[in-house]
Design a protein around this ligand. Structure first.
Ligand code: GH3
Ligand code: MG
Ligand code: MG
Ligand code: MG
Length: 325
């Protein structure tokens, strides 16, 4: 026995013969109305301990495909009363099944259907009468390819979200704001709606660190993030710009409404002390907030951020724990 592993999928070979290889069972759906052929396909695919479902009409097959997480659909093009190619195009037109691998089974005399099927999005085919080893090999290839793509996609999504998220607090980071604010502003200008920006900074945060330690400081940062997020609408956006400085972007919000949001945020943080994990008891923190409003022709993201930063500086100078627009 020789084992060659490619990530999750160990391929075990013995003198050239493929043996059962997948650690994860695949969910397979077979559309076939010939009992003999179906038996053969089921028996073959079950050798890999796959879980195999059968359907004898396009409608039933589609229903199953839409209510299961399938890894492969095997479609017979020799159905008595139906055209299996219909299922092919149906699968490709639904979001849920757009990516599922499709393997066709055709009669030798109907090879012209194969071209049509591949055009409709089928991935591969086998010719009847079915050779068991060939069917199994082609099925495995499709299942493996699907899993590989899923892994790539989830790695990609994970690294994307890591690149745009602040690891301490879980809110967005500066990079995300830099990428996203120009687009939000452009949309605001185009739709003649204002977009407001709140910049806020924890007051005398150095004292928190100095008194209780950096770890408690981190806890406070996390709680400030969480408390702020809870008090925003789902389409508002909060990011940590660095240190103890945050930005909140409020789409479709004018200065007056932004002032109300900012004042509420300030109060929620100032009025309820923070409970931290050690026995230091409750910690009180306050924030200073600066507001700017954009949406006029010629406004830029940099300008918007600079104006909110200036307002924040004003708030610090005015004694902290306050909002300046
Ligand atoms: P001000 O009211 O003027 O904002 O005073 P401040 O003390 O909050 O401002 P200052 O900029 O002097 O200090 C910010 C402090 O924030 C200093 C730094 O130790 C702390 N800090 C920055 N990033 C982190 C972090 O990730 N975790 C913790 N615990 N502290 C941080
Ligand atoms: Mg500071
Ligand atoms: Mg500060
Ligand atoms: Mg600061």
């Amino acid at each position: 026995l020789r084992e060659t592993t490619s990530g999750q999928f160990g391929v075990i070979e013995r003198s050239g013969t493929l043996l059962s290889e997948s650690f994860e069972r695949a969910q397979v759906l077979v559309l076939e109305d010939s009992v003999l052929d179906l038996d053969k396909v089921l028996e073959t695919l079950q050798r890999d301990h796959n879980s195999v479902m059968a359907a004898d009409s396009c409608a039933k097959a589609l229903e199953r495909a839409l209510s299961n997480e399938l890894d492969l659909v095997v479609i017979s093009l020799t159905l008595l009363n139906e055209d299996g190619l219909r299922l092919c195009s149906q699968l490709r037109s639904h979001e849920r099944t757009r990516q599922v691998p499709i393997l066709l089974m055709v009669d030798e005399g109907d090879l012209n259907h194969v071209a049509k099927g591949l055009e409709l999005g089928a991935n591969d085919y086998v010719i009847k009468p079915i050779d068991r080893n060939e069917l199994l090999a082609r099925a495995r290839t499709q299942i493996r390819r699907k899993r590989y793509q899923e892994r790539l996609r989830s790695n990609y999504e994970q690294s994307l979200s890591m690149a745009l998220t602040d690891s301490l607090t879980g809110v967005f980071n500066r990079r995300y704001v830099n990428a996203h604010l120009p687009r939000l502003l452009e949309r605001a200008i185009d739709s003649h709606k204002p977009v407001s920006v709140l910049m806020f900074d924890i007051d005398h945060f150095k004292v928190v660190n100095d008194s209780y330690g950096h770890a408690i400081g981190d806890e406070v940062l996390r709680e400030v993030s969480a408390r702020s997020s809870r008090n925003l609408r789902t389409f508002d956006l909060i990011a940590r710009l660095g240190g103890e400085e945050f930005i909140v972007i409020l789409p479709d919000t004018d200065g007056e409404a932004a002032l109300i949001v900012a004042e509420r945020l300030r109060q929620r943080i100032a009025d309820t002390p923070f409970t931290v994990s050690t026995d230091v008891g409750e910690i009180r923190v306050t924030v200073s907030i600066g507001i700017s409003v954009g949406g006029r022709l010629g406004d830029t993201a940099e300008g918007l951020i600079r104006r909110s930063d200036e307002a924040l500086y004003e708030a610090k100078r005015s004694g902290r724990n306050c909002v300046i627009a």
